[in-house]
Design a protein around this ligand. Structure first.
Ligand code: TPP
Ligand code: SF4
Ligand code: MG
Length: 350
């Protein structure tokens, strides 16, 4: 319960990360979600990823919309910045915050209703603009918070208590690829081993990192035929790769057979060891990724893993050529160069 504070005390033997923080330092309030909700597993994966990366909590800004999924930022990183925006409007608020202060790590947390229904336009524009962020959609194919209406990712033909969905679903991963996202992945809340390194790699990515995480709702849309249920994903999960994520200061200890593992260096020097489960799958080919996803979806498979990565990604600040100093730290002198400078600029257009 959010009003019950977690005890501050913890076992003195809890492991500490490079900053001397324990896992507890990355937790938040006690969750009010239903027992078994996939969203809680994603919060746990986020806590583990940030603990292992030794991220300073005050450097993270969590932004969300409205929904059970959008409530979750209260349940992790209690010492970080947080902003719960309006339904479907998280991306524009995140974009504004990112433009004002490029020094923070931006974590957008949303749901399938929040992102693919009311917020579809906002989702599209923040991706195509290249905002540097990790965007997690906790995808259960339903409006959980408002009691089970179909969202825009619900399967065609799926049933609620009162209706059958006749609309075609939107696949956020395919959409993110079309829109130019430079890091695209799909995870499953029931597979933390796959999800934690995906989150870590996304956090290190300098650009829009889209993570669609299938996160079953145990109250609604939970039939075995639903492509967002535990049963379905466990039976049809086609993982194309698995990752080990290595931060720049860490040596690589993992042994791997050449040909089956690819070492990918990101802009910040972090390395992704990509263990290929499907050798034919190339996560650097946007067009091939789209074709592959469509073929597998037709065959009833749910593809998970790192689906696309652009190693040379650039973010919105690079596109706009903004200064390296965060804009909110510029002084009046920097922002108002004086009438002579303005006259010179105006003269260029005459
Ligand atoms: C402008 C506006 N329209 C509708 C709502 C009602 N509403 C609240 S949450 C929600 C859907 C949430 O679904 P999703 O984003 O998938 O989150 P989930 O609860 O499934 O995690 C809706 C329609 C609202 N809060 N604001
Ligand atoms: S209604 Fe569904 S999405 Fe919301 S907390 Fe319960 S299980 Fe999770
Ligand atoms: Mg939902």
């Amino acid at each position: 319960m959010t009003y019950i504070a977690k005890p501050k005390l913890h076992h003195p033997g809890l492991p500490k990360n490079a900053l001397g923080f324990t896992h507890r330092d990355y937790e938040g309030s006690i969750s009010t979600l239903c027992a078994g909700c996939g969203h809680d597993s994603i919060s746990a994966a986020l806590i583990q990823a940030c603990f292992e990366l030794a991220i300073e909590p005050h450097r993270v800004a969590k932004l969300s919309g409205i929904g059970c999924s959008s409530k979750t930022p209260d349940y992790f990183l209690g010492n970080s910045h947080g902003f719960n925006s309006v339904h479907g409007r998280m991306p524009s608020v995140l974009t504004g915050a990112n433009l004002a202060n490029r020094d923070l790590i931006y974590l957008g947390v949303s749901g399938d209703g929040d992102s693919a229904s009311i917020g579809l336009g906002q989702f599209a524009h923040c991706v195509r603009r290249g905002v540097n962020m990790v965007y997690i959609c906790e995808n259960n194919g339903v409006y959980g918070l408002t009691k089970g209406q179909f969202s825009a990712t619900a399967d065609k033909g799926s049933k609620s208590k009162t209706a059958v969905n006749s609309d075609s679903p939107i696949d956020l991963v395919s959409l993110a690829l079309v829109l130019g996202a430079t890091f695209v992945a799909r995870g499953f809340s029931g597979d933390k081993q796959q999800l934690v390194p995906l989150i870590k790699a996304a956090l290190a990515h300098q650009g829009p990192a889209i993570l669609d995480v299938i996160s079953p709702c145990v109250q609604f849309n939970n039939s075995p035929e639903s492509t967002k249920s535990y049963e379905f994903v466990r039976a049809h999960n086609e993982a194309v790769n698995r990752l080990d994520f290595i931060i720049p200061r860490e040596p690589i200890h993992v042994q791997y057979a050449p040909g089956t593992t690819e070492e990918v260096t990101q802009h910040d020097g972090s390395k992704i060891l990509l263990h290929k489960l499907d050798e034919s799958y190339d996560p650097h080919n946007r067009e091939a990724a789209m074709t592959f996803l469509h073929a597998k979806a037709k065959a009833g498979e749910v593809v998970t893993g790192l689906l696309y990565l652009d190693r040379d990604a650039e973010d919105l600040h690079a596109h706009l050529k903004t200064v390296k100093v965060p804009l909110n730290r510029l002084s009046e002198k920097d922002l108002c160069p004086g009438s002579k400078a303005i006259d010179a600029v105006n003269a260029e257009y005459r």
